[in-house]
Design a protein. Structure first.
Lengths: 117, 116
């Protein structure tokens, strides 16, 4: 399977704990996105990378959130001192950008569902 | 103000019939893109169809077509010949301006249930 994979699929944690999620994009894709989806809502953009560079961060990404893509391949999203309001599905997606404005379609993973108790 | 509005929280359709899912958008940009995604219970967002603001023809992809009415700022998705596998959440999304990224704004979705 050469799609976007996310690990873990589910995570239950207690308030105040730190959690880290991993995303492996489609191998030839140079752009990687993180979205958050709360129950009953559409996804909300959090941040995206081109190769290892983080190009944009949403205001939703508080200082407790940090995302990295150290080698331009997989990415991690860490949430420190989790709060109940962090409970959501965290979706990763990837695409290819050719540097001249041409984008391949965006491919999403199955997401990581976080529950903070 | 909502940038993407999907006013139908849930819809039913009989198998083999057509269904229209509504989407209106709000932007002051002249250049923008509109997307529809399907989200089955597995959670993955599946791209269905895309319409650029300057595209003169309505987009079509197999059984999916997008009824783009620019003056009304609407981008409704039409699914023809519904199948049981079409039961899912459907999201309308927009990319504003000349941004060449997938920083998308999503609506709240419509849950479609196809009846046998």
């Amino acid at each position: 399977d050469t799609g976007v994979s996310q690990d873990p699929r589910h995570k239950i944690t207690k308030r105040g704990q730190n959690v880290t999620f991993r995303c492996d994009p489609i191998s030839e894709h140079n752009r990687l996105y993180w979205y958050r989806q709360t129950l009953g809502q559409g996804p909300e953009f959090l941040t995206y990378f081109q190769n290892e560079a983080q190009l944009e961060k949403s205001r939703l990404l508080s200082d407790r959130f940090s995302a990295e893509r150290p080698k331009g391949s997989f990415s991690t999203l860490e949430i420190q001192r989790t709060e109940q309001g962090d409970s959501a599905m965290y979706l990763c997606a990837s695409s290819f950008h050719d540097g001249q404005g041409i984008l391949s379609p965006l491919h999403f993973g199955n997401g990581t569902r976080l529950t903070v108790t | 103000a909502q940038k993407i509005t999907q006013t139908q929280p849930g819809m039913f359709v009989q198998e083999k019939e057509a269904v229209t899912l509504d989407c209106t958008y709000d932007t002051s940009d002249q250049s923008y893109g509109l997307f529809w995604y399907k989200q089955p219970s597995s959670g993955e967002m599946i791209f269905l169809i895309y319409q650029g603001s300057y595209d003169e023809q309505n987009a079509t992809e197999g059984r999916y077509s997008l009824n783009f009415q620019k003056a009304r700022k609407s981008a409704n998705l039409v699914i023809s010949a519904s199948q049981l596998g079409d039961s899912a959440m459907y999201f309308c999304a927009m990319r504003e301006g000349m941004d060449s990224s997938y920083k998308l704004i999503f609506g709240s979705g419509t849950r479609l249930l196809v009846r046998p």
